[in-house]
Design a protein around this ligand. Structure first.
Ligand SMILES: Cc1ncc(COP(=O)(O)O)c(C=O)c1O
Length: 354
């Protein structure tokens, strides 16, 4: 059997040999006392890259979004977010269970943006005791459910203007923010210049084994640190994990940011190949801007099973779609093989259905 081609997610990436060495050699301390030098270095590097005052290492993107909500939103508050966002669909209702907030969901378009005018209209009346207190706006960049569309600095600025005019902060769920930066050719700091807080993930396309970083101003980070502690996320000699993040965030070819361009090229190549196969539906390769490829097939379960039997893994996405994600470790020949296997899988499922 040839190598497994795992396109389920960019989260399946493994740490590079350099990361493993850095982890083994990491200088550590007790991070709850804030004296782990490697964690501090990672937090400073993340803050510098995103143009913010301070950073906080957290265990995951979900935890980063949750501590950000806890730091920004009072109980009885309300968050405005896209109905197709990770915060709304995929975080186990942490906003309700832990933060004590409601979410006012809005529609987003195929480019992953909500209309700033809809956001403005979604603000509640602060003077009316019946209504929840609008307390935060959240956007997601890249936007997963629109096939990883990158959101521009201009769009983020337009949303920030509305949020700030209503007296609330803007949080960016930038789980894949560096994919957006690379796709748009815009520095990540420019993409989030008008945002008040940002979460980005180390453990996705950047190939680290664990972790995300939240950035913002010092007062926000102090509140987020307290929230992280409450969630049991105050870790000790966690420099062993942060060390991998410092490797990932290096400039140029020594780091893992610039190489995301390869994943985007491979995703486009995959989409071109898949779109040419009869039976693949709803896939416009021109819309592939980052590492996500999303499409429909007539028999999703049969298709995924047939792929898996030949060593190619993709995942069900939403109610009826399939998602494939390119990442570190997936090379062009893997993409060619995935397309070949997909073609056979579709032909096989078509025969079974006939
Ligand atoms: C857009 C987005 N936000 C947040 C997360 C949460 O990250 P984690 O799986 O590290 O909790 C994900 C995970 O895939 C994501 O896609």
């Amino acid at each position: 059997m040839p190598d497994l081609i795992d396109l389920r997610s960019d989260t399946v990436t493994r740490p590079t040999p350099e990361m493993r060495r850095a982890m083994a050699d990491a200088e550590v301390g007790d991070d709850v006392f804030e004296d782990d030098p490697t964690v501090r270095a990672l937090e400073e590097r993340a803050a510098e890259l995103l143009g913010k005052d301070a950073g906080l290492f957290v265990t995951s993107g979900t935890q980063g979004n949750l501590v950000s909500q806890m730091a920004h939103v009072p109980r009885g508050g309300e968050i405005i977010a896209d109905e197709r966002s990770h915060t709304v669909i995929d975080e186990a209702a942490g906003h309700a269970v832990v933060v004590g907030a409601s979410i006012r969901t809005l529609r987003s378009g195929p480019d992953g943006t909500m209309d700033p005018a809809d956001i403005a209209r979604a603000f509640r009346d602060r003077e009316d005791v019946h209504e929840p207190i609008t307390s935060l706006v959240v956007i997601e960049n890249t936007h997963a459910h629109s096939m990883g569309q990158p959101l521009s600095a201009a769009y983020t600025a337009a949303v920030a203007e509305v949020a700030h005019a209503g007296g609330v902060p803007l949080h960016v769920d930038g789980a894949r923010l560096f994919n957006a930066a690379v796709a748009l050719g815009t520095p990540a700091s420019a993409l989030v210049a008008t945002a008040d807080s940002v979460t980005f993930c180390l453990s996705k396309g950047l190939a680290c084994p664990v972790g995300s970083v939240v950035v913002g101003d010092r007062a926000f980070i102090a509140r987020a640190r307290r929230a992280r502690k409450l969630l049991g996320g105050g870790l000790r000699q966690v420099g062993v994990l942060a060390a991998a993040g410092l490797v990932a965030l290096r400039d140029g070819p020594a780091g893992m940011i610039d190489r995301l361009a390869e994943d985007h090229t491979n995703a486009r190549w995959l989409a071109d190949g898949l779109a040419a196969i009869p039976g693949i539906e709803g896939l416009d390769p021109d819309r592939v801007r980052t590492d996500f490829v999303i499409f429909r097939v007539p028999d999703r379960t049969g298709f995924l099973d047939a792929l898996a039997r030949e060593g190619v893994l993709m995942v069900p996405w939403g109610r009826e779609e399939v998602r494939a994600v390119t990442h570190h470790g997936i090379e062009i020949h893997h993409v060619d093989r995935a397309v070949e296997v997909a073609s056979r899988a579709l032909a096989a499922t078509a025969i079974v259905r006939a």
